[in-house]
Design a protein around this ligand. Structure first.
Ligand code: ADP
Length: 259
């Protein structure tokens, strides 16, 4: 199986508007197994999106390296799809043309015409090909954005809070869609989220990070069969563990000097 990622001792720094160096990630190492579903959770500004952008190849580590299936990542590639919180669809193009846009730009459309039709079915947008983004709900636009990320046949799908702007019910429906696609397409998915229940519902592994500079506090392996029951006691066991690690568990951890 393909789509395995090795993040090896990665540091990433930025220079802010006051010309100070900000360390966004410090010594982050992580193995993401091929075909697994991994969520990254942590406080705002801890470097979650930075880590996704490094995997996408849009940005590069200052130290360490990231390897996808034995090849060091140095630039974006078709083997990785990216889905963001904002759907970023072109408003002047139909849903079909939005999905086909990347293929056309790379002159791959003719060969992959059937793929566009298959993907429209896969994400439940069959029948909406000729609509424009403003004619669709937020959830449907996110489905189109998912289709656009999948049409290049990626081994890895990177999701940066893709459902953050949706209402709770739409969000739960699309979580199920994402899980179905993950299973059918046998791909690796890496998702940034702020939603603990979403992370437990979807993931094999939850990567819990600290505030800046972002480091990994713990990997929580969710050993629950799918489909998962959000109201079950064992589900709650995992969500409480993640909340405790994020210090929202109802008990304030004692400062180290008390120990
Ligand atoms: P998160 O996704 O966890 O909210 P980010 O990865 O977006 O965090 O950002 C991590 C830190 O790096 C933040 O302090 C942010 O301000 C800083 N940062 C991210 N991108 C840039 C950039 N292009 N220039 C300067 N600082 C950045």
């Amino acid at each position: 199986m393909v789509g395995g990622i090795q993040i090896q001792a990665v540091d990433k720094n930025f220079v802010n508007a006051s010309n100070e160096t900000v360390q966004a990630l410090s010594d982050v190492s992580l193995t993401i197994h091929p075909g697994s579903f991994v969520s990254i959770i942590g406080p705002s500004g801890c470097g979650k999106s930075t880590l996704l952008r490094l995997i996408s190849g849009l940005s590069h580590p200052d130290k360490g390296r990231i390897v996808l299936d034995d090849k060091q990542i140095s630039s974006p590639g078709d083997d990785r799809g990216f889905m963001f919180q904002e759907h970023n669809l072109f408003p002047w193009l139909t849903i079909y043309d939005n999905i086909a846009f990347g293929l056309r730009a790379r002159k791959l459309y003719k060969k992959n015409k059937q793929k566009v039709a298959d993907i429209l079915h896969l994400v439940g947008l069959h029948g909406f090909e000729s609509y424009y983004p403003h004619q669709l709900s937020g959830g449907m636009c996110q489905r189109a954005s998912l289709a656009r990320a999948l049409v290049g046949n990626p081994k890895v799908l990177l999701l940066d809070e893709p459902l953050g702007a949706l209402d709770a019910f739409t969000r739960m429906n699309i979580q199920d869609e994402i899980l179905r696609i993950w299973k059918e397409e046998h791909m690796t998915m890496v998702m940034v989220t702020h939603d603990v229940d979403e992370a437990v519902y979807l993931s094999d592994t939850i990567v819990v990070m600290t505030a800046r500079p972002g480091r990994i506090v713990k990997l929580v392996h969710v050993d629950l069969p799918r489909p998962r029951d959000r109201s079950a006691e064992n589900f709650f066991h995992y969500s409480s563990e993640v909340l405790r690690l994020l210090h929202y568990g109802g008990t304030v951890p004692e400062p180290e000097y008390y120990l």
